[in-house]
Design a protein around this ligand. Structure first.
Ligand SMILES: Nc1ncnc2c1ncn2[C@@H]1O[C@H](COP(=O)(O)OP(=O)(O)OP(=O)(O)O)[C@@H](O)[C@H]1O
Length: 331
């Protein structure tokens, strides 16, 4: 990999003394997009928050987090504002991130001015970037208030305002979950296009492995506060090795059949606070060995993935395909 922009090494996080992240290591290259995938509570959002140091009260992070070489966990309070300004953040619900009392235009122009533009230049840049986000008649939209825009349109405005500041890193936390499926794909395509044009890196948090595969270069799969597998988006959906990744893939609803119930990964997600030194997925894993609840092996390269699993080479050989199908088995 060329030129890592983000380097996370052995990151641990506790909140009120309870473990939330354990030994998270990840890197993202300049211009690369990484999908961070996992069930609710697995620690995806907290991993992003460690990059911005926007952590809840009582949080304590250990390990290393670097952005372009800067030691993020070591930054002093007064250095944090400049650090956060170099990161663009897109959240799930755009209405929580924009002041409802100001027009879209004044919000956009203020943000452009924050990054050093004069009023005239800021207005021109806002209009350009709104157009690039597929918003027709941007001048009319600039004069409107947030409540006058649909959720999809407002999320495009938010993404436009983030891209306008030309951050080197974009953190997108389920940016399209609140939108309908066709709008989701369109908004993500535009976000990724603008990201690529600006050579920015992105970490895209989602529950949806297929969506991550469609948008990102690589995918990291998280469970119980740990990264269990990382692989290229082009190969992971067909060559996943970790039993948890396989369970996520097998729980995808098929396009060709109507089902009575929505498929799920059997069992209940394990929060990091309740898993010990073993594999956090061991209690739900159909091929777990006794050793799996005791120790989690380090990352090793198996096929096209990097994976932490005692049974990785057997999975890769196909010996466990019956227990770990990649697709839902339909009768
Ligand atoms: N403010 C908080 N105080 C204490 N614990 C928290 C707080 N926010 C999150 N946690 C805990 O941290 C763990 C990881 O949460 P996180 O929000 O990172 O998960 P996630 O994978 O992003 O889930 P989701 O997809 O539901 O957003 C959870 O077990 C949660 O209970």
């Amino acid at each position: 990999m060329t030129d890592p922009l983000v380097e996370i090494d052995n990151l641990g996080l506790t909140i009120g003394g309870q473990p939330v992240l354990r030994g998270v290591s990840l890197s993202v290259a300049t211009g690369e997009s990484l999908g961070l995938v996992g069930e609710s509570g697995s620690g995806k959002s907290m991993t992003l928050r460690c990059l911005t140091r926007l952590l809840p009260p009582g949080a304590r992070a250990t390990g290393e987090v670097r952005l372009a070489g800067t030691d993020v966990l070591g930054l002093r309070e007064r250095q944090l504002r400049a650090h956060r300004q170099s990161i663009g953040m897109v959240f799930q619900d755009p209405r929580t991130a924009i002041n409802p009392l100001h027009t879209v235009g004044s919000y956009m122009v203020e943000r452009a001015k924050d990054s050093g533009s004069g009023l005239r230049d800021a207005t021109d840049r806002a209009l350009d970037v709104l157009q690039a986000m597929g918003i027709s008649d941007p001048q009319r939209r600039m004069d409107q208030y947030p409540f006058e825009l649909s959720g999809g349109l407002l999320q495009r405005v938010m993404i436009a305002s983030v891209v306008m500041e030309q951050p080197r890193l974009i953190l997108a936390d389920e940016p399209t979950t609140a939108l309908d499926v066709t709008t989701q794909a369109e908004v993500l395509r535009l976000l990724d296009g603008l990201r690529e044009k600006n050579s920015a890196a992105m970490i895209f948090v989602t529950h949806d492995l297929d969506l991550a595969a469609a948008v990102c270069d690589r995918i990291a799969v998280m469970y119980g506060g740990r990264i269990l597998e990382v692989g290229p988006a082009t190969t992971l959906p067909d060559a996943a090795v970790h039993p948890y990744t396989r369970a996520l893939l097998a729980a995808r609803p098929p396009l060709t059949h109507r089902l009575e119930t929505i498929p799920t990964v059997p069992g209940v997600p394990a929060p990091a606070a309740r898993t010990g030194d073993g594999c956090p997925f061991a209690a739900r894993c159909p091929v777990a060995l006794p050793v799996c609840s005791e120790t989690l092996p380090g990352m090793e390269t198996v096929g096209s993935s990097q994976v932490r699993c005692h049974r990785a080479s057997e999975v890769q050989s196909g010996a466990l395909d019956a227990e770990l199908p990649l697709r839902l088995e339909l009768q």
